[in-house]
Ligand binder design. Structure first.
Ligand code: FES
Length: 94
């Protein structure tokens, strides 16, 4: 298997080749790559792919990985109790 075909972000189906092409085009921060590919925005919120992308940026740009800023992880949604969903009860509609 060629390295380029390796999936870096399984949530957004982004390969190592996608990341390398973007870095070669001048996108050198995690946020820039995130905005183009949606990497780090999947169900795992970047738990798997963030470090892989930062490592690839560091390798290709020569920057120390410690100097690269990772994304800010945020919850995908507010928790809702199943009972509220089952009842169809919602405070916003009252
Ligand atoms: S693997 Fe990238 S967001 Fe889940």
């Amino acid at each position: 298997m060629k390295d380029d075909n390796v999936i870096i972000c399984r949530c957004s189906d982004v390969t190592l080749k996608d990341i390398r092409d973007l870095i070669d085009q001048g996108y050198n921060t995690f946020d820039e790559i995130k905005r183009i590919t949606r990497i780090g925005m999947g169900a795992c919120q970047g738990k798997t792919c963030t470090q892989l992308v930062l490592r690839e940026i560091a390798t290709r740009t020569g920057k120390p990985i410690e100097s690269l800023k990772p994304q800010t992880s945020r919850p995908t949604a507010v928790g809702v109790k199943l009972g509220v969903i089952a009842k169809g009860d919602c405070d916003d509609e009252k």
